[in-house]
Ligand binder design. Structure first.
Ligand SMILES: *Cc1c(COP(=O)(O)O)cnc(C)c1O
Length: 396
């Protein structure tokens, strides 16, 4: 693959096989070594460049979109999007199949927006036909909220069919594309939506500190006065930025500088397509290697995202996740515990400054760790396979 070479973490820190914060390049870290005045023209130019580049990454049909960065972790931007675009007399349908969908519903609860929840459990995908049925039956719903890649299982939700069902019923779509944007294209020319949200420390490979909402300018204009919160008012943030070039309140200057460096590297690598291709290769090498060791994925190939993969823990009594985690960390890899409620699992992220060679090292480290622990079979318990059967039926 072309693009700049991926180098090992220079300070010898472990790879973060976690979907953000993730392993960043040295150049991204180095960009944080100087201080910036938030009011100064140099920083205002950085903000302008960041906003323009992000609109560019949307791809086909991005005319009419604008970018509003927002301080805080990704959830702050999700809450800003929900509170600013769903009016106080609106109602949301939240499509949940994991922690982030449930969190969006919880945000709506907090901010007092009526919300209907379609909860599909740990990972089953919400389908367009289900969305159509609920919208037909509940005319009060104004907005549908969907998670693009549900990072808690790694499933890539069928966003295009959800969008079609939403607009066929005359409603509006808001997308949490936090862990997908920058690697999985959602060109507005192909997938219709009002706004999507992502953050600095996911597929663009920046450091944590802010999120951003990409929204239709007319939708933002109409959002004046909707917000439940002063600090999370996207319209006000946008209006101030348009007028002064500045963030309304103290910006995360170092995180912005790092992010611009990350955006330039993203472009040099070949943009969304190349970034997605590297992650997909990471996933393919990882999944093939782990399956070769007898481990099994929660999802079958059709639903596997190139972002993060859930593996069932081996049923072998010699396997205990905390020990597995510590031994993997000692070998230079930080794993991510699983979030399934029915069977034990763990997750491995495919995003960040890592390539196929690193993923091969991950697989070797897993093999060695299982050996050290005396795990003779990596096969999951029987209940795991029952779970997988449910998915096959839902997808039929
Ligand atoms: C990371 C992520 C978020 C935001 O999480 P924060 O911890 O607030 O940054 C929201 N939705 C999805 C799908 C995510 O992956």
């Amino acid at each position: 693959m072309s693009g700049p070479k991926i180098e090992k973490p220079r300070l010898g820190e472990p790879y973060l096989l976690t979907p953000g914060p993730l392993t960043t390049s040295y150049a991204v870290k180095e960009a944080m070594l100087r201080d910036w005045g938030s009011w100064d023209g140099d920083f205002r130019a950085m903000t302008a460049e960041l906003r323009a580049r992000l609109v560019g990454l949307l791809g086909d049909g991005n005319e009419g979109f604008t970018c509003v960065p927002m301080q805080g972790s990704g959830s702050f931007s999700v809450e800003a999007m929900l509170g600013s675009f769903i009016p106080k007399d609106g109602k949301a349908l939240v499509l949940a199949n994991g922690a982030y969908g449930l969190r969006a519903a919880q945000s709506l609860d907090y901010i007092g927006r009526p919300c209907r929840l379609l909860d599909k459990g740990d990972y089953l995908p919400p389908r367009g036909s289900e969305v159509a049925a609920i919208l037909a039956e509940d005319p009060a719903i104004t907005h549908v909220v969907a998670i693009h890649c549900e990072t808690s299982s790694g499933i890539l939700n069928p966003i295009a069919e959800i969008s079609e069902a939403t607009y066929a019923a005359g409603r509006k779509l808001l997308i949490d594309s936090m862990s997908a944007f920058g690697a999985i294209p959602v060109p507005p020319a192909e997938v219709r939506f009002e706004a999507l949200v992502s953050s600095a420390n996911k597929c663009i490979e920046g450091v944590p500190g802010f999120g951003f909402v990409l929204a239709r300018t007319d939708v933002l204009e109409a959002a004046k006065g909707n917000a439940h919160s002063l600090a999370l008012d996207l319209h006000a943030q946008w209006a101030a930025m348009e007028k002064t070039g500045q963030w309304r309140y103290t910006p995360p200057t170092h995180a912005v500088a790092a992010f611009l460096e990350a955006l330039r590297a993203h472009e040099a690598e070949g943009g969304v397509v190349a970034r997605g291709a590297r992650y997909r290769e990471n996933r393919d090498v990882l999944v093939a290697g782990m399956r070769g060791l007898g481990l099994e994925t929660l999802l079958d190939d059709r639903w596997l995202s190139p972002i993060i993969v859930t593996f069932f823990c081996p049923a072998d009594p010699a396997f205990r996740f905390p020990e597995f985690y510590d031994r993997m960390k000692a070998k230079g890899f930080i794993l991510y515990p699983g979030k399934l409620t029915v069977v034990e699992s763990f997750r491995v992220g495919c995003i960040g400054q890592m390539d196929a060679d690193v993923m091969r090292e991950v697989v070797s480290a897993v093999a060695e760790t299982l050996r050290e622990m005396g795990v003779t079979s990596a096969a999951p318990p029987a209940e795991a396979l029952v779970e997988r059967q449910k998915l096959a039926e839902a997808a039929a």
